[in-house]
Design a binder for this molecule. Structure first.
Ligand SMILES: Cc1cc2nc3c(=O)[nH]c(=O)nc-3n(C[C@H](O)[C@H](O)[C@H](O)COP(=O)(O)OP(=O)(O)OC[C@H]3O[C@@H](n4cnc5c(N)ncnc54)[C@H](O)[C@@H]3O)c2cc1C
Length: 427
């Protein structure tokens, strides 16, 4: 196992003062979140020498990242994790989603998606983020060509003709042919590049928590639209569900001041008590929501992936899946460049990556933003149209199938990682 911590590599000069370390990698991934850690693992399969730079210390993340969320991993995301070799470790903690019931209080309309309409394949899987992250860290640590440089925020960067150089907080310098920025929605690197970014504050907050319930979930995910935002109950292993309760921020603040019993009662009523009595596991966490997207996802020797490129509303549980697709497309483009003997960090290769992401990124940004505006709205006219729309989709089988395949990540031309094969290694 190769585990390289740059702080241990510092050299001492005769005066006892530490000198800067200057180290080269083929590719640096900035950010050790779910997207950064998946990117490093996937890029390592191309035989590249990768560094992951993360501001949090590794020990802290191994103990607890503090992330209370689960992720609905789409069917194609599961294929990608399987291809990268981590699904075997995740699957015992992954609950298959067999049915999705989307409804709106006080309207007749609803949509019922069943795995029976999708060749009996689960529509996706619910897994705790903490478990995904720990598994990814273990795999990265075990990879001979990945170096984890944790506990190091990045101060800045500079770009040369053939490389990009990153300066870490302790003044160490790293350089590489390509920087993959996965440093989240408030990406510091994105700000430094000056890439134009649009940010819309939804003035909504998601309260996320886990519950036990007295009735089984039977693999059903419930999503109920309410004027302040949706509430979703997502089936987890055992008789547990992960709840994402979105409300206008002022209401969410009042809800989190309630005693636990009153809070849970409010959540249960919103899905007509269909899971029986709820009891809280652990505590709840809040996530203020915004739409943030970069107008360009490339710059010289740099690409943005995951939330650094696009943070979308969690209304459809698609943000992580979208970031996984960024990685799968990037890996294909780099593999193609390797095979053609082209510099994989060159602008031409990055431009091809950006084009490959245009339709998927913009359509999901627009769809999630539009869904939230349509449903988080109390207008009577819009409400009656919504009811008609929902039952219309439920009855129109071909349309329902298109929505289902999109949510499962099966639409469009798929890159190799999503199809279940590794891009060919560089030979
Ligand atoms: C309530 C909620 C529910 C969601 N549910 C789902 C779901 O069911 N399915 C789904 O697909 N998606 C879901 N999402 C979206 C998903 O969680 C995100 O898209 C995903 O976690 C983004 O991961 P990331 O690695 O891009 O960013 P982050 O998780 O933000 O990671 C960024 C990393 O970069 C590090 N970093 C930042 N700046 C620096 C720096 N200067 N130097 C070094 N390191 C730095 C940070 O410490 C962090 O570790 C949900 C989101 C929310 C808010």
């Amino acid at each position: 196992m190769t585990e390289f911590y740059i702080s241990m590599e510092k050299l001492s000069n005769p005066t006892g003062k530490q000198k800067m370390v200057h180290k080269h990698f083929d590719c640096i991934v900035l950010g050790g979140g779910l997207i950064g850690l998946t990117a490093s693992l996937a890029l390592s399969k191309l035989g590249l020498n990768i560094a992951v730079v993360e501001r949090n210390p590794l020990e802290k993340l191994i103990k607890s990242s503090g992330d209370q969320r689960t992720s609905a991993i789409s069917a194609s995301g599961k294929v990608m994790f399987d291809t990268l070799g981590i699904w075997d470790l995740l699957k015992s903690n992954a609950e298959p989603i067999l049915d999705i019931r989307v409804s709106e209080k006080n309207t007749k309309g609803f949509v019922h998606y069943s795995h029976v309409d999708a060749d009996n394949e689960p529509m996706g899987y619910i897994i705790e983020n903490e478990i995904i992250k720990k598994t990814l860290i273990d795999f990265n640590k075990a990879s001979p060509n990945v170096s984890l440089i944790f506990g190091q925020p990045v101060k800045g960067f500079s770009t040369g003709q053939a490389t990009i150089e990153l300066e870490l907080s302790d003044s160490d310098l790293l350089n590489s042919n390509l920087l993959v920025a996965a440093d989240g929605a408030n990406s510091h690197i994105r700000t430094l590049t000056g890439i134009k970014t649009t940010k819309i504050d939804y003035k909504q907050t998601s309260i996320v928590f886990t519950v036990n319930h007295t009735l089984p979930h039977n693999g059903v995910a419930h999503e109920r639209f309410l004027p302040g935002g949706p509430i979703a109950f997502l089936p987890m292993t055992g008789q547990r569900s992960s709840v994402v309760w979105t409300e206008k921020t002022n209401i969410a603040n009042e809800l989190t001041d309630l005693a636990a019993d009153d809070f849970l009662r409010g959540a249960s009523i919103r899905i007509d008590d269909c899971l029986g009595k709820l009891s809280l596991i652990g505590s709840w966490a809040t996530y203020p929501l915004s739409l943030t997207y970069a107008e360009n996802i490339i710059a010289d020797r740099l690409v943005l992936v995951g939330d650094a490129a696009h943070r979308i509303h969690p209304i459809a549980g698609q943000g992580l899946n979208l970031g996984l697709r960024d990685i799968a497309h990037l890996v294909d483009k780099l593999a193609q460049a390797q095979h053609s003997g082209i510099d994989f960090g060159s602008y031409e290769v990055l431009r091809r990556f950006q084009s490959s992401r245009l339709v998927d990124n913009t359509s999901l940004i627009a769809a999630t933003d539009g869904l939230n505006r349509l449903f988080s709205n109390d207008s009577r006219i819009i409400k009656s149209l919504r009811g008609v729309g929902l039952s219309g989709v439920n009855m129109a089988t071909p349309l329902k199938h298109i929505f289902m395949r999109a949510a499962m990540g099966h639409l469009g031309q798929l890159p190799s990682l999503l199809e279940g094969s590794l891009p060919l290694p560089n030979d």
